[in-house]
Design a protein around this ligand. Structure first.
Ligand SMILES: Nc1ncnc2c1ncn2[C@@H]1O[C@H](COP(=O)(O)OP(=O)(O)OP(=O)(O)O)[C@@H](O)[C@H]1O
Ligand SMILES: [Mg+2]
Length: 175
């Protein structure tokens, strides 16, 4: 069953304030074509405001990962718009998109996507280094993020030397 949603209701007094940090407008994503065509998303509208916590729930195959992949700028919609911090991401080139993902989006993948050749600390430090932060400062930040997840002792281990839960927490620390 494709995930879909009706346009959002007018904001109520309980809605956290500010302009939306994320808006999805009439978002559609189709996979494949012809008889193999799958409508993973069909006209989804969503507004998320600063401080708001949103859970997307639905059966397996209903489009949750597709929705999050588009919302995080990791995939392109078939139609509709993704607006992050007021900016329609379709207007950004590949470089602008990469910078937006590094600075404004934290993403924990369903299968974690840690880089196998890098240690826990290096996985966390990499996006910061790509953003121009010094190796030394990025390492310090990575160790602090690992400490928050109670993972100090596995800082220099590679993903295949970690448990599933440890990999998940490293992915959270990186996000
Ligand atoms: N690359 C692809 N090619 C073809 N169909 C795809 C592709 N990716 C996802 N789909 C289909 O799109 C639909 C939505 O998939 P999606 O991964 O978003 O579901 P999900 O809600 O995250 O499921 P789960 O809870 O199992 O992770 C499913 O029917 C899936 O089979
Ligand atoms: Mg999924």
């Amino acid at each position: 069953m494709p995930a879909s949603a009706t346009p959002p209701p007018p904001s109520s007094s309980g809605t956290p304030g500010g302009s939306p940090v994320l808006e999805l407008r009439a978002l559609t994503r189709t996979h494949g074509s012809g008889v193999a065509e799958v409508h993973a998303l069909r006209g989804v509208h969503l507004s998320v405001h600063p401080g708001e916590l949103v859970a997307v729930m639905g059966p397996s195959g209903s489009g949750k990962s597709t929705l999050l992949t588009l919302a995080g700028g990791l995939d392109t919609a078939t139609s509709g718009q993704v607006v992050i911090e007021g900016q329609d991401i379709a207007a950004l080139g590949p470089k602008g998109m990469a910078a937006l993902r590094r600075r404004s989006v934290g993403y924990v993948f369903q299968d974690y996507n840690l880089i196998p050749a890098l240690t826990a600390a290096e996985n966390i430090a990499l996006p910061r280094e790509l953003d121009g932060v010094s190796v030394r400062k990025a390492r310090k930040e990575a160790l602090a993020a690992l400490a928050e997840m109670r993972l100090e002792e596995i800082a220099d281990r590679f993903p295949d030397e970690m448990s599933g839960g440890q990999q998940q927490r490293v992915a959270i620390a990186r996000a």
